[in-house]
Design a protein around this ligand. Structure first.
Ligand code: GRF
Length: 201
């Protein structure tokens, strides 16, 4: 008899965690446990007051907090983060690591450690508008359309193979906040869809 080992998923957040919650709800709704032998094993935040941690704990998901300010260097933080991911995501295949509003730039060493298993969601139509303030920049440029991208993570910020995208219109009178809210509703659809496709492969 052969048994396929489980695929742990570890989600990294820094704030509200609505993308993380969308992933957790999709895993539940779509039966990722039975369909893909995958489960959200842990949610890790670099901020102790990240609201998403409350949701994760309420769901009975293991959580970890690692304050980047407590580390002497980016490398030291990333090494400890990697150890925490491996500890909380142990017990099956090497964990799939999903960045969901995780507001840290990762070192090449960290990306290498989780090579092929790191995925991010970015609130723009990559390759346009890497980095911060994507919605205001799209408005300032007069873009008619904006959106979000799920992509694999490489050592270069907001680059890597595009796995899924969604497009929304930029409407007259939009502010960065109204546009961000419109994009976010799409993020909640495309992130779980992209991950389910990876799990099915
Ligand atoms: C999302 O727009 C995500 O794409 C960006 O930060 C926001 C985080 O939202 N990187 P949440 O924490 O998932 O609610």
């Amino acid at each position: 008899m052969t048994t396929t080992s489980e695929q742990p998923i570890v989600i990294l957040i820094s704030g509200g965690g609505s993308n993380m919650a969308a992933l957790v709800r999709a895993a539940e709704r779509e039966g990722w446990a039975s369909r893909y032998r995958a489960r959200v094993a842990a949610v890790i935040s670099n901020k102790a007051d990240a609201k998403g941690l409350v949701f994760a704990r309420d769901q009975g998901i293991a959580t970890g907090v690692l304050d980047h300010k407590a580390f002497p260097s980016r490398e030291a933080f990333d090494a400890a983060l990697g150890d925490t991911i491996e500890r909380l995501g142990a017990g099956g295949k090497p964990p799939l690591v999903l960045l969901a509003g995780f507001m840290r730039i990762l070192t090449p060493g960290f990306v290498q450690r989780f090579a092929g298993r790191l995925v991010n969601i970015h609130p723009s139509l990559l390759p346009a508008f890497t980095g911060l303030h994507t919605h205001q920049r799209a408005i300032d440029e007069g873009c008619r359309y904006a959106g979000a991208t799920v992509h694999r993570v490489t050592a270069e910020l907001d680059h890597g193979e595009i796995l899924e995208q969604a497009v929304v219109p930029v409407l007259p009178g939009d502010t960065a906040d109204t546009l961000a809210a419109r994009v976010l509703t799409q993020e909640h659809l495309i992130y779980p869809r992209a991950v389910a496709r990876l799990l099915a492969d």
